[in-house]
Design a protein around this ligand. Sequence first.
Ligand SMILES: Nc1ncnc2c1ncn2[C@@H]1O[C@H](COP(=O)(O)OP(=O)(O)OP(=O)(O)O)[C@@H](O)[C@H]1O
Length: 252
Amino acid sequence: MTEKILVTENVHLYYGKKEALHGIDLSFKKNDITALIGPSGSGKSTYLRALNRMHDLADNVTVNGTFMFNGQDIYAPNTDTVSLRQKIGMVFQQPNPFPFSIYDNVAFGLRTAGHKDKGFLDETVEKSLKQAAIWDEVKDTLHKSALSLSGGQQQRVSIARALATGPDIMLLDEPTAALDPMSASKVEDTMMQLRNQLTMIIVTHSMAQASRISDKTAFFMDGNLIEFDNTKKVFLDPTRQETQDYISGRFG
Ligand SMILES: Nc1ncnc2c1ncn2[C@@H]1O[C@H](COP(=O)(O)OP(=O)(O)OP(=O)(O)O)[C@@H](O)[C@H]1O
């Protein structure tokens, strides 16, 4: 049996009275990379943000449905959202380092979780920056401000920060969209290197990126999941006409 790390069923989400997701059923296999694709406004980011309860921070959002992470109910009233987000980390479109040093950025989640031991922090910061494929570029400047780095480097530091707390799942919302092509390709390489180490769910507008890096692709339209399958199948032989039209650039 294939192991599903995250199972969502019948997900409905409302912004005020407006229904943005109309009953999404989507499950993720451990260590798969899944691309969420679809036209602007189709609900990809809305769905992604529901997976680690980012909508809790807004007061007009209602989320209904089942969200099970390793058999645990993400929306159970006793869920600690800080530890949830350490296990289901997030990387955003705009690199968002804190105005601290590179080291302090990566150590941030560990310190929040109460880790103080310098040896442990040093080791984990180094390991995370290596995993995010940026160690060689920053190892001599760890105490410089993260804001002094290029956009692509900042994005890899953001990935390292998310990795430091040992997530099982990483949510990435258009992580390369704000970067120049060279930086985008480095961030994409980083994701490829993380393949098999954790489960990744990535929202992307780049069909080329989705087909290059993902195992599975989910196509969203108007708040509905239209098609979900192996990436090759979705791109080469989609079942639904809407998917075909979207990937061939007829709309979106
Ligand atoms: N904070 C919000 N308040 C009200 N409506 C919202 C909010 N955020 C998104 N929406 C609406 O929810 C729907 C889905 O938006 P969402 O951003 O999830 O789409 P998307 O597929 O990620 O789009 P894009 O590719 O442009 O990022 C859209 O109709 C959008 O206008």
